[in-house]
Design a protein. Structure first.
Length: 448
């Protein structure tokens, strides 16, 4: 085997591809509704603290493993620590990626259908019950969501099989600017709504009475998901980061972008939600069931809805691509397969299981795994357990196992950048704060 490894072509290529991964359904679909359920600004503050204390150092840990190992999420560990079992972090991460992709692809498919609904002006004149039924009828349909899943996965597959620079980077360069422009337009529009001030306040005026211990858990879990951690993605992307790039700065920039997009998604959604008197805590369906009511009543709602759902689709697609890439890199690195064949295998398998997940919202609804539908079971197991375990092992590996020189060289690019205190602070967090934080989540997860 040669040591040749694909690399991001430039700083911009690295940043847009990584932002493409972190910005996704997590920011636009999940973040607003969990903020809504957990009391708005107070939750936002906790989220940001955990993101800085644990999320960013974890992203740096995964980058370090990837760039040092210069391989996929499993082999990178094997290269740095041969004959040890640390590579299990990667194995669990790939499993998490695999299962996450199966339901992520399904929801990415929903965004395609909702973009189509908006273009066809389907929300107009609907009562809120009709909008709710429209969503439930669609996700439980035996064929329609399977078709959109197939479309979403094919688009991701084509991109990944075209390679890092020609596929992933190119698509991200196209998607990210459109995404930013759409978000800004949606923000301006949303803020100009009469009655929207309440939504703005909800997002920025802290009310600590809604916070519970569980909110901390949800905040940290979401920080991992939103930063694409625990699925081998950042290890894999780390292996593509050229030696001259600054890992610390990259992690900071990407995390800031991720948080800004989440907040902007909140600004786009909450004023509209409040202006039209919808409960901000309506959860899962906030976007698919409640927002169409808003769109059908507001002036310019037609264009707003098209902009919103295409934004959601683009964000979902670029994240789908990165999860797929993590699995594809693993197949290439461990089974000696080329990129095209690896992509074909990974895409087909995840799509097949995705079909089962999708059907479990409809014809297979009666099948229950531990009291949940297949869709919810896959979603919960991968996000709550696999992802967190992989992340915990990654940070324990970096904090306790690898040679301290490796950390130093990776963070300072062999002594040329970054101050000593950043390295020391990072080591302290990787050794104590992050593992303890994650273990606490686990304990709460079991107890609460
Ligand atoms: N970060 C993505 C989002 O917020 C999801 C994701 C998780 C992507 C893990 C890659 C890996 O939607």
């Amino acid at each position: 085997m040669t040591d040749y490894r694909e690399e991001f072509s430039s700083k911009i290529g690295l940043i847009v591809a990584t932002i493409g991964s972190v910005v996704g359904l997590g920011n636009i679909w999940r973040f607003p509704y969990i903020v809504g359920k957990n009391g708005g600004a107070a939750f936002l503050i906790i989220y940001i603290i955990l993101l800085v204390l644990i999320g960013i150092p974890l992203m740096m840990s995964e980058f370090i493993v990837g760039r040092e190992g210069k391989s996929d999420a499993v082999n990178s560990y094997k290269k740095i620590a041969p004959k040890t079992k640390w590579y299990f972090s990667g194995v669990i991460g790939i499993l998490a990626a695999f299962f996450t992709l199966t339901f992520y692809g399904v929801v990415a498919g929903w965004t395609i259908e909702y973009t189509r609904f908006s273009i066809l002006n389907k929300f107009i004149n609907n009562s809120s019950q009709q909008n709710t039924n429209m969503f439930l009828d669609f996700i439980s349909h035996p064929i329609k969501p399977v078709i959109t899943l197939f479309i979403a996965m094919s688009l991701a597959g084509i991109t990944v099989s075209s390679g890092l620079q020609k596929g992933i980077e190119k698509v991200s360069r196209l998607i990210i600017p459109i995404l930013v422009v759409l978000l800004i337009i949606l923000n301006i529009y949303s803020l100009s709504l009469e009655g929207g001030k309440a939504g703005f306040e909800f997002l920025f005026k802290p009310d600590f009475s809604h916070l519970t211990w569980k909110s901390f858990l949800i905040a940290l879990g979401h920080a991992f998901f939103s930063l694409s951690l625990g699925m081998g993605v950042m290890v894999t992307y780390g292996s593509y980061i050229p030696d001259r790039e600054n890992l610390f700065h990259t992690a900071i920039k990407v995390s800031i972008a991720d948080t800004l997009v989440a907040i902007m998604a909140g600004i786009a959604i909450f004023p509209a939600v409040f202006a039209f008197d919808i409960a901000p805590s309506s959860g899962f369906g906030l976007i698919f069931m409640s927002l169409p009511n808003v769109f059908s009543q507001m002036t310019g709602g037609y264009f707003f809805s098209i902009a919103f759902f295409s934004l959601l689709f683009l964000a979902a697609l670029s994240s789908t691509i990165s999860i797929l890439e993590s699995i594809v890199a693993y197949l290439m690195g461990n089974f000696n397969l080329n990129r095209k064949i690896s992509t074909f295998i990974a895409t087909s398998l995840t799509t097949l299981i995705g079909i089962v997940a999708s059907l479990s919202n409809g014809p297979l609804k009666h099948i229950q795994l531990y009291g949940q539908s297949i869709f919810d079971f896959i979603n919960n197991t991968s996000s709550n357990w696999l992802l967190t375990t992989s992340a915990l092992l990654a940070v324990l590996f970096v904090g306790w196992n690898i040679d301290s020189n490796i950390i130093e060289n990776q963070l300072t690019n062999n002594g040329t950048i970054n101050k000593k205190y950043i390295v020391s602070l990072f080591k302290f967090i990787a050794k104590y704060i992050a593992p303890i934080g994650i273990i606490l989540i686990f304990i709460f997860e079991v107890l609460l």
